[in-house]
Design a protein around this ligand. Structure first.
Ligand SMILES: Cc1cc2nc3c(=O)[nH]c(=O)nc-3n(C[C@H](O)[C@H](O)[C@H](O)COP(=O)(O)O)c2cc1C
Length: 188
């Protein structure tokens, strides 16, 4: 059986919830991105997930730093954000963000997934709250040029939302099972 390592970078826990669920179902080791480096050599298949922040992926710098250690391994990369991958208008931007975060040498062996996250404005750090406030003002200034994603941002602004759906990680886990040659438990 191949060794699977599940790595995550998460500020508020949504990415961690997906990563922990995948690791549990696949009996895989779970590690935070900042602790992953020494564990990579022993892994055949690596799942790497990061939350989306202002069009970037949390942990992308660590991924780039570890690119050499990941080269030649099967990589399953997922992002976790509020944008809806089921929304045709949102998908191209999500794909672009993921491709930008993936070091060029790893793209060929990588499968990419997008999972929906959560947000509790009351729990945000001062910097993140400031960033969201700036984004709100920018979107409001767009007026009629607002997109569906913009309107969704305004609808959820200041609130607590949770779109985490662990069953959405099922296709990722199925791919992982095939890559690892393992028939471990179901994602629930
Ligand atoms: C400052 C800030 C910027 C964000 N930018 C994006 C974004 O560009 N796209 C997106 O889909 N979600 C964005 N989000 C939402 C987060 O991706 C979402 O809350 C996710 O669940 C965070 O995962 P984590 O809790 O694992 O860090 C942003 C959230 C904050 C606080």
């Amino acid at each position: 059986m191949k060794h699977i390592l599940v790595v995550y970078a998460s500020h508020y826990g949504a990415t961690r919830r997906y990563a922990a669920c995948i690791a549990k179902a696949l009996h895989a080791r779970l590690a935070e991105a900042r602790d992953a480096a020494p564990l990579l050599a022993g892994a055949d298949v690596v799942v790497w997930g990061g939350g989306l922040y202002a069009g970037g992926v949390n942990g992308a710098k660590l991924l780039a730093k570890n690119a050499e250690k990941l080269r030649g391994k099967r990589l399953i990369f997922f992002t976790c954000g509020l944008a809806d991958p089921e929304e045709p208008a949102d998908l191209p931007a999500l794909q672009q963000t993921a491709q930008r975060a993936l070091p060029a040498a790893l793209r060929e062996n990588a499968a990419v997934f997008h999972l929906r996250g959560a947000m509790d404005y009351a729990a945000l750090s001062p910097l993140h709250r400031l960033m969201m406030g700036m984004m709100k003002r920018m979107i409001e200034r767009k007026g009629d040029a607002q997109t569906g994603e913009d309107r969704q941002f305004l609808d959820t602004y200041g609130k607590k939302v949770d779109f985490v759906d662990l069953s959405a990680a099922g296709p990722l886990a199925a791919l992982l099972r095939a890559a690892a040659g393992d028939a471990a438990g179901e994602i629930r």
